[in-house]
Design a protein around this ligand. Sequence first.
Ligand code: ADP
Ligand code: MG
Length: 339
Amino acid sequence: MAVGEFDLIRRYFQHPLAQAGARAGVRLGNGDDCALLQPAPGQVLAVSTDMLVQGRHFFPDVAPRALGHKALAVNLSDLAAMGARPLAFTLALALPQIDEAWVQEFATGLLELADAHGCALVGGDTCAGPLNLCLTVFGELPPEQALRRSAAQPGDELYVSGHLGQARLALEALRGRWPLPAAALQRCRQRLEWPQPRVALGLALRGQAHAAIDLSDGLLADLGHVLRASGVAAQMDVPALLASAAVGPELRALALLEPALALTCLLAGGDDYELLFTAPVAARAAVERAGQEAGVALSRIGRIVAMADAGPPCRLVDAQGRPYTLPPGVELAGFDHFA
Ligand code: ADP
Ligand code: MG
């Protein structure tokens, strides 16, 4: 490596927010053998790691600034889904060669999002190898307010934030499976490449929501994780979902032309990075305030029920609670990395 590993780190990964005194809780940033973190009194660290592999999670020609953004965004999304406040992160980076213009752009996308969330880059590792990124984020939260996957209770209502399915629709369009008008493709691609983690919503839901998860694998697959962890079942009201704010303009247009593809994107899309959560009926007004505070639309799309002896944990129903039959052609397999 011509520039040298240490020059590269000094030039691009020395984060002002990690300097002593810049961010409460960061006692020491990078440059030593370890960083030193101290959560606020009474709070614990929430820790999560996500790896991004070329060809699997991003195209080789992705804009480096967008890649830097997305690498941190998907990790912050995990903190959001726990109700944690971002504190710091580390970056392990393998680069095929040192292309300074590329690294500069990547670091810009990464650190702009870090600054927006007060999340300090406090360390990492840099080496030569096929392009690969691995981030670990650290957040802080009062442990009793963590939004665990295992906390859904019968009687809870099921909510989702924002619009779903746009990232998947962008992929379908980029793969040539569905033509999209240029402006719609641009908006969907923005969702795919520049996801906005719902950190403010996660914080606002503390003490109100029971269980939460971020939507990375698709609505039904991620709901399945909550149901299994909580030992409960769910009735998802498909007509309510289709009429809700979860369906943005692009999916609404698609639903008229190609309902099966629209349902595939909404129910099994993946890469949404919205929050799916459950909350008791008594918390309805508080949940609504949380959405307003966080500036994101919330949609109520079903409810949690006791686990039945037989049948799938997630039942698709209509407004009267009768089984809802999906049109043929909907692909519901959750995105499986080993499929
Ligand atoms: P060590 O040999 O102790 O593991 P390294 O030589 O790998 O340390 O790294 C030196 C310092 O630079 C460490 O403090 C490490 O956290 C930091 N560092 C390495 N890579 C990165 C990176 N991509 N971003 C931020 N800090 C980094
Ligand atoms: Mg090292």
